[in-house]
Design a protein around this ligand. Sequence first.
Ligand SMILES: Nc1ncnc2c1ncn2[C@@H]1O[C@H](COP(=O)(O)OP(=O)(O)OP(=O)(O)O)[C@@H](O)[C@H]1O
Length: 624
Amino acid sequence: MRLEAWLRMPPTPLVRRRLWLRMAPAVVVVARTRESRRVTRRLSFSPSGRGDRAPLAPAVTLRRTFREFWPGTRGLRRLFAAGAVFAILAALCEVAAIGLFGHITDEVLTTRNLAAFWAPASMWLGLAAVAGLASFGGTYLTALGAERFLLKLRDRVFAHVQTLTPDYFENRRLGDLMARLTDDIEAIEELVGSGVVKLITTVASVVFFAGAAFYVRWDLALVTLALVPAFLLVSKIFASRFRTAAARERRSNGAMNSVIEESLANQPLVQAYNRQNNESVRLNREGQGWLRANLSQAWLSGMYGPLVQVLETVCLIIVLGFGAWQIAQGRLTLGGLLAFAAYLAMLYPAVQSLGQIALTVSEAAAGSDRVLEILDARPAVTDRPVAVPLISRSRGRVEFDDIGFTYPNRRRPTLSHLSFVAEPGELIVCTGPSGSGKSTLTKLLLRFYEPSAGRILLDGVDIRDVTRASLRENVTILHQESMLFSGSVRENIAYGRSGASLDDVIRAAELAGVHDFISTLPRGYETPLGQRGRLVSGGQRQRIAIARALLRDAPVLVLDEPMTGLDEATAARVMAPLRRLMAGRTTILITHDLRHVPVEARRIVLEPTRRVDRIRIRRLGVPV
Ligand SMILES: Nc1ncnc2c1ncn2[C@@H]1O[C@H](COP(=O)(O)OP(=O)(O)OP(=O)(O)O)[C@@H](O)[C@H]1O
């Protein structure tokens, strides 16, 4: 009668999962942590989808992923090992607890002997306490290792990204790069860090629960375990499909981030041009692709679950039938059968979890492809092995000697046969029509690109023979659009020189003619400037940037259209601080606007020829 009641217990996935969550917390908790992160990740990014436009990152083998990222677990392996040990201990407690449950059924419930209840019941309670503590230890230590691994890996990839020359970013969408630095890095952690712990604890659980099932009734266990390869086969079939779907999801996620990033950054333009709908359509289009990618993942997951469920049900029916027959034969007790069924109830999710690990691996591999693609990228310009740092502050003599340059993705040269010398402290004005290569000249001086012909000399030394870091210490650039960060005014000015004191910052601000304005701000030098310094006007931004450049105090100065976007009165106000900044420095002033240019300045005119593919340089020494 009791057996019948037990037989009526519905072996639904929910019941099994609840049982699993209750009985094997150590194993499941690791999985839950990762699952919640994945959900968060999905929610935190909106759909993209025309991922089809961007090529998928190249597929890499699992071995390469481990070869590349496993060294990153150095220093954390003890944490992961301890996490695994605790999780295994918790699983062992569960095995013992089920044994006690069988014992209580046979010795207390069947015989109605209450006296025999208390000893095993107290042991069960003790085991539950140990399992709880071990589960907590396993979860916490694994999470600690995982988060530290993530931090290290993100720092490593970000540091590498910062070695890449600007052309790398010019050819990529920032949103996609951000997705790689966040989501994809997490996916790698799920494979290389906590993924390994999960694999070990799940395998251990399979061994324990299978071993216990064999111990109770080896022949019954043999029959049911014969179906395990079927579980693994199903996982294998699904894994490759899941990987493709995951790669699409990763890629479309990146595309969607790009749209969001661009739209939010350009909101003033979007609203001024009434293009809100257009942006929404763009996001929706990318979202459609993301939706498709997620639906195909959901389809696969949806298929996978029921298939495994059918297999489980087949196993359960076999157990019940065979078990009932063995009880009738007197070869198995009711407690034995219940314990056996409980072991199976633990074993199946563990086996299923093994299959899910295969799916996680697929998803992680897709993320790993995308991160490795970044790590494989090499900067277009590197220091020569023989490059040495500039020992002292340069005098500031800059020479362009027959320079030619073609952008990597262009056929026609942007500059050819460009030669000029700027003596220390001299002001050179560089003019010419739009697109004639004025800003390109700056990129070459800072070694963002390598000239295709000729050489650039600083104090007579080829800049390729000095390290880029020391070269850039000697050159300050003031961009067309003042680049500010979202920090305070003080932080933005102090960016010019690490370790600058507040007094240094105030002195620079006074010279830049912006101190009075800063004093009127609500929190003075501590006032935040807003995203990209949008909380202050163009002229104020420019003068803050001048203060930063003053603090940097490099002997060579490049001013790239410093008056762009400023009205006549503001431009005149900016000119005085600019003159103070230029004083005593070799200055290359790139400008279309010659109204504020000092009359004594020498001019270089970059002039595209009519055939456009050659640029003729006219060098004039005539004062304006
Ligand atoms: N990263 C790049 N890749 C390919 N071509 C580029 C790149 N940057 C600039 N160019 C091209 O090189 C040419 C020169 O550009 P550059 O920005 O140096 O011109 P400019 O004289 O400073 O123009 P403007 O006065 O409008 O700022 C242009 O035809 C431009 O399209």
